[in-house]
Design a protein around this ligand. Structure first.
Ligand SMILES: Cc1cc2nc3c(=O)[nH]c(=O)nc-3n(C[C@H](O)[C@H](O)[C@H](O)COP(=O)(O)OP(=O)(O)OC[C@H]3O[C@@H](n4cnc5c(N)ncnc54)[C@H](O)[C@@H]3O)c2cc1C
Length: 402
């Protein structure tokens, strides 16, 4: 939905100060109102408490009800019970969450993007009816199990978790790694290779299913609030009605990743924007040589480079999300946005830390958390190298994948 009235100078001045070119004004009033509710929730409820959770490596389950009330789970999807608000506002909301805390942005990305997206894009009508309304209300929490201990980037070729047909169901065996939300999720989408035809298929494995156990990964240095788990699947019986009926090969998985990769590009822009905003505020209050450090030319140089990165990433992501809304988003579009936004994010959070001096490594100033969290966003949903190869193949017609 785009904002159709003429843009006024006043509106541009009123838009949040780090939305320098007023991208949020592309949204209609209803979507802007949603964005400001998300902003208010994240600022009031999340920001004051998140560092304590980050230190302990604990997930704030008490915040889930508030997130649910925002009505942002599966925001872009038009499945049963889903908000169907479109990709552009969905992306801006993802940016808004990560602007305050990338872990909460990731939690919602896994649940509302990857897990709901698997069911929306690969499920039958019955399966969408069965799970999506409760997931949109965040009464059921989802996880997405693709990566394995021995295979990450090469998952399309090397996925080893097996699915064997057994009467009116399936038996799954294998290991998964890095699966966000898995240890407390109500349902985990497990991608496994059918022993018969060798194709990758998706299975919704419900909580407490016998044979599925978890080890929550400890001592992460990034996204410490997100609970990532190794999943062990030993003769896990899944009924045929839980096999995603539209997932017939890895191409189906890739359809999900195309749209969620855009979400990660937006998260990266949000992470960079959050760090930039903290840095800007700090430079106005911190004085050295009798003047605010914001008055030094070299500091302004870094601030402007940060703002430029955030603005450029947002511009690319806006356009790609518009293409997604028009049904024109291609893999290479999402990959280009993910590469650009994550590379610029890493640069930006580093500069933000730099202008805080020593305080940049203290959690209480928040920027240190963005620096650490950026490292995970940089690598998940396809590393820079993998996404570069996708774009490279598209522009040259030559596949450089080995
Ligand atoms: C915090 C976090 C959360 C995650 N959440 C989930 C989740 O919820 N669900 C899920 O399924 N997965 C999840 N992942 C997994 C994530 O998608 C993988 O980490 C990612 O795909 C990279 O795989 P890998 O870590 O095994 O690295 P590897 O594939 O081992 O890659 C290691 C390095 O080698 C490079 N490389 C590999 N192949 C090539 C090549 N052909 N050419 C050039 N370079 C190459 C890579 O780019 C990378 O730099 C998560 C990961 C993290 C860190």
């Amino acid at each position: 939905m785009t904002h159709d009235s003429a843009l006024t100078h006043r509106e541009l001045e009123d838009s949040p100060f780090s939305d320098f070119l007023g991208f949020e004004l592309l949204l209609d009033d209803e979507d802007r109102e949603l964005l400001s509710r998300v902003r208010a929730f994240m600022t009031r409820e999340v920001e004051p408490v998140i560092n304590a959770h980050w230190t302990r490596g604990a997930f704030p389950h008490e915040l889930v009800a508030g997130l649910a009330e925002l009505g942002i789970a599966g925001l872009a999807y038009d499945g049963p019970g889903c908000p169907a608000r479109g990709a552009l506002v969905d992306g801006m909301v993802a940016m808004e969450l990560s602007r305050i805390d990338p872990s909460i942005g990731t939690f919602m990305g896994v649940h509302g993007g990857l897990a709901m997206g698997s069911i929306q894009l690969c499920g039958s009508d019955e399966q969408r009816e069965r799970w999506l309304p409760a997931m949109a209300r965040v009464e059921l929490i989802g996880a997405f199990g693709l990566t394995e201990p021995d295979v990450g980037s090469a998952i399309s070729q090397g996925l080893a978790t097996s699915a064997r047909r057994d009467g009116d169901g399936w038996v799954l065996n294998g290991e998964k790694k890095w699966i966000g939300n898995a240890s407390f999720a109500d349902l985990v989408v497990i991608w496994a290779r059918d022993e018969d035809d060798g194709e990758v298929k998706g299975f919704v494995v419900e909580k407490d299913t016998e044979g599925m156990t978890f080890d929550v990964q400890q001592d992460k240095i990034a996204l410490r609030v997100v609970q990532n788990a190794e999943i062990h699947l030993t003769d896990v019986h899944v009924p045929e009605v839980n096999r995603l009926q539209g997932a017939t090969s890895f191409a189906s998985t890739a359809n999900v990743l195309r749209v969620t990769r855009m979400g990660v590009a937006w998260q990266a822009a949000g992470c960079a924007r959050g760090a930039y905003e903290h840095a800007l505020r700090y430079t106005k209050s911190r004085e050295q040589f009798g003047r605010p450090i914001a008055s030094f030319q070299l500091v302004q140089d870094l601030l402007v480079k940060m703002l430029s990165n955030v603005t450029a990433s947002t511009a690319m992501n806006v356009r790609a999300s518009q293409l997604q809304d028009a049904g024109l988003l291609r893999d290479e579009h999402a990959s280009l946005c993910k590469v650009h936004s994550t590379v610029r994010m890493r640069e930006t959070v580093g500069w933000a830390r730099e202008v805080l001096g020593g305080n940049g490594i203290l959690l209480e100033h928040h920027v240190g958390r963005f620096v650490a969290d950026a490292e995970a966003i940089y690598s998940y949903e396809g590393t820079r190298e993998m996404n570069t190869l996708i774009v490279g193949r598209a522009i040259t017609g030559e596949s450089a994948f080995v």
